[in-house]
Design a protein around this ligand. Structure first.
Ligand code: COA
Length: 570
């Protein structure tokens, strides 16, 4: 079928559906939901058999749903309606939740039901649930609904007869999210923070200034102060007392500007934060109880596992330097294999665009950040004492994909989406030694195509293309078990020494053919043009990315019906 995805943005769920439906043999095109007239034009140009709306912020115009069957993905159980579905589900501590695919009609979220899927709620942020459970359930439900539509004989169930326990709920307001520090216990505070994360956060105050709080974490042992007081800091996070304990706040949006951007808490309140006690962790070992720890190391069966759970997968200059220190330390351990585990939701999304945007000189900070991430990539490439694995439990984008490729092996969880290209960020050339790492995996033409097409890739496709080495279990816990089993087999293998020797020989050969330093210098020459050159595209793209400016057009590589050669189907 010809399917048009009508969506607010090409977000992770839309990317996943795009890739899954394409892999199922359908022809896809995308239009951003910018205005009624633009959506109508897309319908006229593409003449889709079906419109699927994975992520909308407003109702589908009548002119569209009267002429096309439009299937809406709603992140709620049957009968649930309204724009804050997941927010309410988290705040009200629902045990099970779901995704419903319903047909667009006059009343929002009240159309007939084509498919539904449910899942068990995990204690996690809204964004994390969306990227994992909701995305998995939405994929299953949309594929089922599309199949049902294609069969031509399925009759969707009217909402009134669907018998769901969901109900219409209003937009969640900041007054519903507000934390009462004198009353709310730690679990309630964390639930409120989770329901607001990543967007819009919880409106509150820090050091007397109004701000939005994001990225909350439990603390098991540190106590003190009055509820609401900031009682400590660690790296980028601040610790606040609650009535029965304390919570870490990782990120905040502060400031009086029109569009304050989300920043690490200790940076956003740098002056005041410097005066509170520091609770540094002793080294890189994973703490035994709940706390906030962005880099954590553990060891088993001759394998070192290095976790780096950086918020949103963004890796700033300091984070890259700290991770490099942790990685170098991990190589000194009596192990044979180091597995780079990334974070649960993202392995890495490359340089930290928010920190760059907030810097006095974004060009200088871009430059410092790319050097720091390159240093890390180089250390991974040059590791001679260990075999290295990048294990990707979550999505990976831009420079993060090539940082992963710097390891000897890349294993991905089935279901994740990779975006191994840079051009979407204002034609950024990219570094992280991609010019060294990519062509041997996918060929020269393959590398050019990947960079040019700028499309997301499912883990399965990445395996077929040669970009990754294995696609493992889709379920996160099963994925971790499989990674540990494979890594320990690698460390234990009779051929370990031979593999390490082959790796050293290959590196020496590569270095003789063209030194790593030369790849880096060539990439950075191009990057300097992006940062300091006369074309400001990268700075403009970053400005809009971090502020989430509404889209004003759909890029041509997504809207195939707007390509010059497109012929309107008969
Ligand atoms: N720096 C800072 N923040 C980043 C980031 C980066 N490199 N990559 C993602 N984020 C943030 C987003 O702003 C968003 O923030 P929010 O919590 O305030 O909503 C969050 O991470 C999730 O990103 P989103 O775009 O909603 O996730 P997605 O899964 O839909 O898309 C990507 C994933 C990778 C395609 C997309 O985030 C992206 O293009 N990131 C930029 C990658 C890049 O160009 N890096 C720099 C070059 S190395």
């Amino acid at each position: 079928m010809r399917i048009l995805l009508l969506t607010h943005a090409f977000n992770s769920l839309t990317q996943r559906l795009f890739a899954e439906l394409t892999a199922s043999g359908h022809e896809l095109s995308i239009e951003f939901d910018i205005a009624d007239s633009v959506a109508e034009e897309a319908g006229d140009l593409y003449r889709p058999d079906l419109i699927v709306a994975p992520y909308l912020r407003r109702a589908i115009p009548e002119s569209i749903w009267r002429t096309h069957v439009c299937l809406i993905v709603h992140p709620g159980i049957v009968g649930d309606r309204g724009p804050s579905a997941l927010d309410w589900a988290i705040q009200e501590d629902e045990r099970d939740w779901g995704v419903t695919v319903l047909q667009a009609e006059a009343e929002m979220d009240a159309g007939s039901i084509w498919a539904e899927e449910t899942f068990v709620m995990r204690r996690a942020t809204k964004a994390s649930l969306y990227r994992n459970e909701v995305t998995e359930a939405a994929c299953r439900a949309v594929l089922k609904a599309v199949e049902r539509f294609a069969s031509g004989n399925f009759v969707p169930t009217p909402l009134a007869r669907a018998n769901g326990r969901g109900r219409l709920r209003p937009l969640m307001k900041q007054s519903d999210r507000a934390i009462d520090w004198q009353r709310d216990d730690t679990a309630t505070v964390l639930r409120k923070l989770a329901a607001g994360d990543g967007v819009p956060g919880v409106a509150d105050h820090l050091f007397g200034e109004s701000c939005h709080l994001h990225d909350g974490h439990a603390e098991a042992t540190i106590r003190g102060g009055q509820p609401g007081d900031v009682i400590g800091r660690r790296e980028t996070a601040l610790l606040r007392a609650t009535v029965d304990g304390a919570v870490w706040i990782g990120h905040v949006r502060c400031g009086k500007g029109d569009l304050p951007i989300k920043l690490p808490a200790t940076l956003a309140c740098a002056e005041q934060a410097s005066g509170v006690p520091e609770f540094a962790l002793n080294g890189w070992w994973a703490a035994s109880g709940p706390t906030w720890q962005d880099i954590a190391y553990r060891e088993a069966d001759g394998v070192g596992f290095l976790h780096f759970d950086f918020y949103n997968g963004a890796m700033g200059t300091q984070q890259c330097r700290r991770l490099l220190a942790a990685y170098r330390w991990a190589l000194t351990r009596p192990t044979r294999v180091v597995v780079l585990m990334g974070g649960a939701d993202f392995w890495s999304n490359g340089i930290h665009l928010n920190l760059i945007e907030a810097a006095v000189s974004p060009a200088d900070e871009s430059s410092a950040n790319i050097e720091a991430i390159d240093d890390l990539a180089e250390a991974i490439i040059r590791s001679e004492s260990h075999l290295t694995v990048a294990a990707l439990p979550g999505n990976c984008g831009a420079g993060g994909c090539f940082l992963a490729r710097a390891a000897d092996l890349v294993w991905a969880r089935s279901g994740i989406v990779l975006n191994p290209h840079y051009k979407n960020m204002g034609n950024l050339y990219g570094s992280e030694y991609w010019t060294y790492l990519l062509p041997p995996r996918v060929g020269e033409e393959g590398a050019r195509a990947l960079m040019r097409h700028r499309l997301p890739m499912l883990a399965g496709e990445a395996l077929t293309s040669g970009f990754i080495d294995a696609c493992l279990a889709p379920e996160p816990a099963a994925f971790r078990v499989e990674v540990a089993r494979r890594a320990s087999a690698l460390a234990d293998g009779d051929d370990f020494a031979a593999k390490l020797a082959a790796k050293r020989a290959r590196r020496a050969q590569d270095e003789a053919a063209k030194p790593l330093a030369q790849y880096r210098a060539e990439e950075l020459t191009q990057m300097r043009r992006n940062f300091y050159g006369f074309d400001p595209s990268y700075h403009v793209a970053r400005y809009h990315f971090v502020r989430k400016s509404p889209q004003s057009w759909t890029p041509r590589h997504l809207a195939r019906h707007r390509n010059p050669g497109w012929k309107v189907p008969a």
